[in-house]
Design a protein around this ligand. Sequence first.
Ligand code: SF4
Ligand code: SF4
Length: 417
Amino acid sequence: MSTRQYHNQRRLVQILSLAVFILIPAFGLFRIDVDTGDFTILNRQVWWSDYFLMLGSTVMLIAAGVMSYSTIGAIWCGWACPQNTVSEWANNLTRRMLGKRADVSVAGEGMTVAADKNKFVNWLVLAVSFLGISLVTGIVPLFYFYPPEQVWALITFTLDPKLSEFMSLLYLVFVVGVFLDIAVIRYFWCDYACLYRLGYRLFRNKDALHIQYDESRSGECAKCNYCATSCIIGIDPRKFTNADTCINCAECVDACTRLHDRKGGELPGLLKYESSQQRPTSMLGRMMALARRFNWVGVIFIVGTALFVWGLHKYQPYDIVAYRAERATAASVSDYRVRISNKLYTPAELTLSVSGLPEGSYQLDADHLSLGPAERASVNLRISRDLPKGLHRVDIRARAADGWEGHFEVTHFTASK
Ligand code: SF4
Ligand code: SF4
């Protein structure tokens, strides 16, 4: 068995997790459209009126979080959370530059720096490294607000100057945020500001994987605290308390295994991953055990998924709405504005038509619209005042080149000829 059994696997998962965090918005799986303030899910602009998609994705997300508390628990933190990854990197670099016991984070007990490393050049290298990584990682959150091509244009200084100002400001905010995070906040965030951690404290149970110490062999620990000194957040895995914030990284497991390997490897280490659940051998047994563990939360997750799928099925890629234009244009009540929205991130061609009014009694400013990705446009509809007195049902219809068809009906009232 490799004495770095978990360490190398964890590094791989951390890298993959960072890649996933970039790819999710880059592929349009989830993003916030800053231009319109809408969510983008699966490359579709999702409005609050897309109830099933909004509700389904929210329910799925919350239920998945709660389910993870009874399965992987804090393994998420130690193996996949980007906040932990950058904090761990910052801690390692700080120790290399300022000494093994160096601590500059706000969560620490005060500034601790090794006397022989307290040199200007060490501080400079540390500051430049933090700044460099902040400049690079500050780009990642931008993907959650802008399409990849716009982020790329910002990086290569080819962005439209109108967009560039706000985007550059946002980038600066992210860079400063990341810099403060890795320079002084680090694990303080996990302990006091992380929602996952808060949920984990509320919902965790013994079924979740956790680090288990073999108390019956505690005699082997005489004069040894290798696991505690290997812990990346400075806790002792032999004496967990409720207040401990173990992130299940398993560095202590590797340390103890390493120690026992050096002694000849007759006995395994005293630390291992453990769950109170017995692990059934058959696949069906495992599925049943998992279902029992998820219980009602699993049912809620399935309901959320069903709502989400139904929302995708019923999703309208375009929207048409008409409203009276007298206020906006100070024109007569015979004027309407017809607004067409393209909710997809691809260009669209649409044609407009009006029915319910006699030929020649109305005028539509345009009967064809070319909309860019996620673009909206409005056209005027003017209705003649010479219509017969009474109510007229006017049907405004839009047809997209991809076959979509939608309409909006207005009830127009004519007081007199
Ligand atoms: S590394 Fe293993 S043997 Fe040493 S103190 Fe920790 S649990 Fe005990
Ligand atoms: S106690 Fe072990 S698993 Fe927990 S954070 Fe420390 S090294 Fe990681």
